[in-house]
Design a protein around this ligand. Sequence first.
Ligand code: PQ2
Ligand code: NAD
Length: 194
Amino acid sequence: MEGNQLFPVFIKLNELHTVVIGGGPVGLEKLTAILGNSTQAKVTVIAKEIIDELKEFTLAFPLVEIKQKSFEPHDLNGANIVVAATNDNVLNVEIREAAKLRGLLVNVADKPELCDFYLGSIVQKGDLKIAISTNGKSPTIAKRLKEVLNESIPEELDTTLQQMNSLRNSLQGDFSDKVKKLNEVTEILTRDLK
Ligand SMILES: C[C@@]1(CC(=O)O)C2=NC(=C\c3[nH]c(c(CCC(=O)O)c3CC(=O)O)Cc3[nH]c(c(CC(=O)O)c3CCC(=O)O)/C=C3\N/C(=C\2)[C@@H](CCC(=O)O)[C@]3(C)CC(=O)O)/[C@H]1CCC(=O)O
Ligand SMILES: NC(=O)c1ccc[n+]([C@@H]2O[C@H](COP(=O)([O-])OP(=O)(O)OC[C@H]3O[C@@H](n4cnc5c(N)ncnc54)[C@H](O)[C@@H]3O)[C@@H](O)[C@H]2O)c1
């Protein structure tokens, strides 16, 4: 496929049901990414064996349910999003097929060819989130870029966001008047670019 075909979106995992299959270090890594962004995410973890670190990590998240069992396709009934992180490549393909049969989007950790979507590297400053992808070319660069942006974006940007939200809610007039005002007061942010 020519070029980068990925379309970034921001998913309300707190309003959806995510099923994670696999309870090893990679399962824990993906679960950490999910809950690090969406502490209210409703997640079911399914795995034959689950490492202690994963069990301990999930203690802080009451909406996470752990089911220690072999994967069966009906485990995806009622799911909205599927993340597979097993050490069995045949099973990973079966999980993908079970997800497709149910019309679900699936991520198979570290297996780009089996993914409908990739996890991104995420910069977080309060309400601001920036998701980075390298089209699968180098997750390490995504992670490094996250570190650079985390350092260079000031913490105060979140204060600015909150103030802008108050202003946005208080503005009177028609839509184009409001847009004009919001653009005027933020013009300073791009002054150095001109
Ligand atoms: C961003 C991040 C999000 C997250 O996972 O939370 C993420 N990987 C992260 C880290 C990371 N992953 C790997 C390393 C080791 C170094 C290396 O191999 O490069 C490191 C670096 C480290 O850990 O330091 C191994 C690896 N990853 C993939 C493959 C397979 C392949 O490339 O073919 C292999 C080789 C496996 C093997 O050799 O067997 C594939 C994928 N990894 C993705 C996401 C998706 C593409 C994202 C994009 O478009 O850039 C994609 C396609 C699918 C997916 O898994 O969603 C997270 C950064 C978290 C942070 O911000 O700190
Ligand atoms: N650990 C790493 O740093 C790393 C890095 C790159 C790629 N990988 C690959 O990612 C995959 C997962 O890695 P890991 O270290 O988490 O592996 P792991 O072996 O520690 O964990 C695999 C998990 O899958 C579960 N599982 C296997 N078959 C199952 C079944 N039928 N039903 C339910 N659960 C089942 C296991 O119980 C276990 O919880 C592996 O393919 C590995 O090669 C791992």
